[in-house]
Write a protein that binds this ligand. Structure first.
Ligand SMILES: Cc1cc2nc3c(=O)[nH]c(=O)nc-3n(C[C@H](O)[C@H](O)[C@H](O)COP(=O)(O)OP(=O)(O)OC[C@H]3O[C@@H](n4cnc5c(N)ncnc54)[C@H](O)[C@@H]3O)c2cc1C
Length: 410
């Protein structure tokens, strides 16, 4: 695990937020697109591995930025945080886009395996042997640190799709295997956006002069990059389906077990309301890809869950039974529920992605014992996600109202 750059604790995340806050105003708006490299002080927060798993919530980031700078000067930072919320809502409204991505990724993997030219080029890309210095550097940086600057991710994805002409799904998968913040929504939809599938027909072309200008001239891939970016072809996304947040849970459901999924490890308020007698963590990190997810990612997620479980208190409960991994999780949760004679198991709403598949398996495993599996959606998600029906521009118009609505439970 990359404990040096991203120690997997809430203590580190809050310290990092506090240190970054003075820069979250006008400086961020001006410099956030510059990537000085992993060894130089950053102009961005590098908080995404924490926000991805809700070690820190979006609400905490927004509130802190507003308190420090006021809404005007913090506008850009707040907007970027809401990009994450927007992507999450967009995918939640259209789960079929994640399923289609997984299917197309598997198909692409089979096609590449049967085509020696493509297979060699994919290997060169993943092993930092393309001869395009900046790209090869980003591959190494990603694999070593588990993180890339947003602009580097955009250049990377554009070069992967339009210069190297590799299937976008395998690039998205490479990210998900190595990013500590690997997220089904932000990642899949950003790759689709670069390729022209998300905002139909609008692609992102990486340009050598733009890379040189924003990397402090560390790189200048003149003459090495594609000069045009023709949009990829793909089916239109399905129409948004309704999001049904469900009721708030209370103490009245009998003996309760609380499952903490890696999508949202911040569960103290839920725990206070449902008074669990047992608590356990579930990591679905190993399922972010159909092939092996990096040990660094899996260790980070397990440690973040561990930190969460050891941090919050449940009077009388046997805390931190274990952090379960997807292999055999159905039986493990069923046995855990039997051991504690549970009447119900509760969790935060598990969003679209590998965690959702695990949650569905758990629900099925508990059913024969008559143990209910209930998920509760956060107020923040229930308010914001249904607004992601169209593009980011109409969503952005609601940010002021969403910010004003941030309550203590955000
Ligand atoms: C091709 C591609 C793939 C990406 N894959 C992921 C991914 O798997 N997981 C992930 O969390 N982000 C992903 N992003 C979005 C973005 O690059 C990262 O969230 C950002 O780099 C995080 O760095 P930071 O915390 O320093 O951001 P800051 O600039 O400090 O922003 C603060 C917070 O706002 C959110 N945020 C900022 N920019 C974006 C953005 N463009 N989209 C969504 N949220 C944003 C993040 O939660 C971030 O922690 C991807 C972007 C691209 C172009």
């Amino acid at each position: 695990m990359n404990a040096r750059l991203f120690p997997p604790t809430r203590a580190e995340a809050t310290a990092r937020l506090a240190a970054f806050l003075p820069h979250a105003g006008k400086t961020y708006a001006k410099l956030r697109n510059h990537d000085p490299g992993p060894d130089a002080p950053s102009h961005v927060s590098r908080l995404s591995p924490y926000v991805r798993h809700r070690v820190l919530t979006e609400a905490e980031l927004v509130r802190a930025a507003v308190d420090r700078h006021g809404e005007g000067p913090a506008e850009k930072f707040i907007q970027e945080v809401f990009w994450r919320t927007y992507w999450k809502g967009w995918l939640e409204l259209r789960p079929g886009v994640w399923d289609a991505y997984c299917e197309d990724r598997d198909t692409a993997r089979i096609e590449v395996a049967g085509d020696s030219y493509l297979a060699e080029h994919l290997a060169r890309a993943e092993e930092a042997r393309t001869g395009i210095d900046c790209f090869d550097h980003w591959v190494r940086e990603l694999v070593e640190t588990g993180y890339l600057h947003n602009h580097a991710r955009m250049w990377f994805a554009s070069i992967w799709i339009f210069t190297l002409k590799l299937p976008w799904e395998l690039g998205a998968d490479f990210f998900l295997r190595h990013l500590l913040d690997g997220d089904p929504a932000s990642n899949t939809l950003s790759w689709r956006w670069v390729g022209g599938l998300q905002t139909r027909g609008k692609t992102y072309l990486a340009r050598a002069d733009n890379i040189a200008a924003h990397t402090g001239e560390r790189f200048n891939p003149q003459g090495k990059l594609a000069q045009e970016a023709l949009p990829l072809d793909g089916p239109l996304p399905p129409l948004p389906r309704p999001i049904v947040p469900g009721p708030r849970l209370g103490k009245d459901g009998g003996r309760t077990g609380l499952l903490v999924f890696d999508d949202d490890v911040d569960v103290q308020d839920l725990s206070d309301r449902v008074a669990p007698v047992a608590v356990a963590g579930v990591s679905s990190a190993a399922l972010r890809s159909d092939v092996s997810v990096s040990g660094q990612v899996q260790d980070f997620v397990a440690a973040v869950l561990d930190d969460s479980l050891s941090r919050f208190s449940v009077p009388g409960a046997r805390l931190r039974d274990q952090v379960m991994t997807p292999h055999g999780v159905d039986e493990a949760v069923r046995d855990w529920a039997r051991d504690h004679a549970l009447d119900r198991v509760v969790a935060r709403h598990v969003p679209v992605g590998p965690g959702r598949a695990v949650a569905d398996r758990i629900a099925r495993a508990l059913q024969p014992d008559g143990v209910a599996f209930l998920q509760e959606m956060r107020g923040y998600d229930a308010r914001a996600w249904p607004l992601a029906t169209k593009g980011f521009f109409p969503f952005r118009k609601q940010i002021r109202e969403l910010t004003a609505a941030l309550g203590a439970s955000g």
